[in-house]
Design a protein around this ligand. Structure first.
Ligand code: GLY
Length: 562
């Protein structure tokens, strides 16, 4: 077992923010309530709301808007996401605030004359932008479940945007890396580009964004989707060759959807996100395919366990490519794909000794990532739980910064299949199910998830990571309930990923020891080391009722609670 000593991790992790002096908690135990997010200031904003008597949904609104300010590469009001909610009585619901294709979009909009996909069009600039859903999502969730006044929840974000905050080493590097793109795409002064390079500890102030946030604070949804903010967005679109219109913004609505709920073994129930995310269905397939296998005995990161997990991932991701898309537009065979007998039938050709070549795996017949998304997990003092994954898609989305509004817009259109069979930025393939249509939502991998044990809340979990989101959530859950790791170990340990095509096991550095790597290669697997996989934010309810939070070492992530 390769479980790194946590103390060493903490020292390494805090290096990036040493000059900023934020209070960072990678590991936290709290009596009552907790927020774990990608930025300490956002976690604090949520925690303060919980202390004031706000519930998990109130805290969600505060965290979401704060992240849009302090974590601009993925936190957003110009993007979208999904919420999984479980109230203190166990009632579950999900809210879809995913972006959608503008009314003027069409299936060939990213193809050249020969019918080949022009990747840059769906990835950068104004044409890559889907209709943002985040503000509608926050507003809708608050309307249904919020307790504290809306205006109070936006206030922390306004303060951070207005007064500025000190950026971390990681944020400074990301802003510097994106500078050229910002300049190429935006022909105006903005908060994110300055003559010299960004350095850790410098102040990022977003006055235009503060003005927009104030509009949202006083006018709610209309402060974004109508009036001055909408006009600024559409003006920018027209100048940059985009197609998003005032009508698109006015028509946008977040949607409540029936959660994907499935049992795992006798004691566990998993509550997760249905289409237009592929996350819930694929997670269900993965867990159902391993359910009868002796994972615990195989052992954490053993060749047998990694082989099994890679083989189920290979099969589930081939189904994802073929069958999944926005179920409002395409008949996704949800029930059939969730059927345990279907998952088992997909394992009929599984060989415990030998890798199955992906070219032999075809999608079954049941009766596409930079990876800068972000996740936050919240549990309030009453036991209500919120799991939200939200995104601009790539780092800083399309790199479009709306002039006069300071809003960074998503490049979520790249999550459609621009051309069936042509991979998106995450190398993910898609088919007709995920072809572009006006007002359709593009397929996502976001997997905000809540786990119950014996009918009680056990875990709130999720991660960014494009194609690797689902397999990261799968691993963290398996690490806790099968491999019996602590939450810290489960989150901080190295991860691996298989997505059918390309036919290889991607893994983080030092994921496998030499003997395990050798065995996997002998079984026929190709191993490919890559950078970080996922950035998990998780909360576990301990047997004593206390909340244990784990904020991923891979970023500036931090837990806050009381
Ligand atoms: N944009 C990444 C995802 O939705 O999966």
């Amino acid at each position: 077992m390769k479980i790194l000593p946590f103390v060493i991790l903490l020292i390494f992790l805090n290096e990036s923010i040493a000059q900023v002096k934020y209070k960072i908690s990678k590991e936290l135990v709290a009596e009552k309530a907790m927020v774990v997010s990608a930025h300490p200031l956002a976690s604090e904003a949520g925690s303060e709301i919980l202390k004031k008597g706000g519930n998990a949904v109130d805290a969600m609104v505060a965290v979401h808007f704060a992240l849009a300010v302090v974590y601009p590469k993925a936190g957003n009001i110009g993007g979208g996401g999904f919420m999984v909610f479980r109230d203190k009585n166990g009632n579950a619901s999900t809210l879809d605030f995913r972006e959608k294709a503008p009314l003027e979009a069409n299936r060939n909009m990213y193809l050249d004359k020969s019918g080949n996909a022009i990747d840059s069009l769906s990835r950068f600039g104004h044409l890559a932008v889907g209709v943002p859903g985040s503000v509608a999502g926050m507003y809708e969730a608050h309307k249904k479940h919020g307790q504290l006044p809306w205006s109070e929840l936006i206030a922390p974000a306004i303060k951070l945007a207005e007064n500025g905050f000190n950026i971390t080493t990681i944020e400074a590097a990301a802003l510097n890396e994106n500078k050229l793109k910002f300049i190429q795409i935006n022909n105006h002064e903005n908060a994110f580009v300055k003559k010299s390079s960004w350095k850790a500890g410098q102040k990022l102030q977003q006055k235009d964004l503060a003005t927009v946030l104030r509009r949202i604070q006083t006018e709610g949804n209309d402060g974004f989707y109508k009036g001055k903010t909408a006009e600024l967005i559409v003006e920018d679109m027209k100048k940059g060759g985009g197609i998003l219109s005032l009508q698109d913004l006015e028509k946008y609505q977040a949607k409540w959807r029936t959660p994907i709920v499935f049992d795992y073994k006798k004691n566990y129930k998993i509550i997760t996100m249905p289409p237009p995310s592929s996350g819930g269905i694929v997670l269900a397939m993965l867990m159902q395919m391993v359910e009868d296998q002796p994972l615990e005995q195989m052992g954490f990161h053993s060749a047998a366990a990694v082989h099994l997990m890679a083989e189920v991932e290979r099969r589930a991701y081939s189904d994802r490519a073929q069958h999944l898309g926005d179920s409002d537009f395409y008949p996704v065979p949800i029930e059939a794909m969730l059927d345990k007998s279907y998952a088992k039938s997909r394992m009929s050709d599984f060989n415990a000794q030998k890798a199955t070549a992906s070219k032999q795996i075809k999608a079954g017949k049941p009766n596409k990532t930079s990876e800068q998304t972000t996740h936050y997990s919240i549990v309030d003092a009453d036991g209500n739980a919120v799991s939200v994954t939200t995104t601009l898609n790539g780092n800083y989305g399309s790199s479009v910064i709306v002039k006069g509004a300071g809003i960074i817009l998503n490049n979520e259109m790249d999550d459609f299949s621009a051309k069936p069979g042509s991979p998106n930025m995450f190398g993910l393939l898609g088919a007709e199910a995920n072809a572009i249509q006006p007002e359709k939502r593009m397929l996502s991998s976001m997997t905000p998830t809540i786990v119950e044990k014996d009918g009680k809340l056990l875990m709130v979990v999720g991660t960014p990571g494009g194609a690797t989101i689902i397999t990261s959530v799968f691993q963290v859950i398996m690490n806790v309930i099968e491999f019996r790791l602590t939450l810290q170990e489960a989150v901080q340990n190295t991860r691996f990923h298989h997505q059918w095509l390309p036919d290889q096991i991607y893994h983080e550095k030092n994921c496998f020891d030499a003997a395990t790597a050798k065995k996997l290669k002998e079984m026929g697997h190709t191993l490919k080391e890559r950078g970080q996989i996922g950035q998990v934010e998780a909360i576990l309810v301990r047997p004593d009722g206390k909340l244990e939070g784990a904020a991923d070492k891979r970023g500036d992530d931090s837990a806050s609670g009381f």
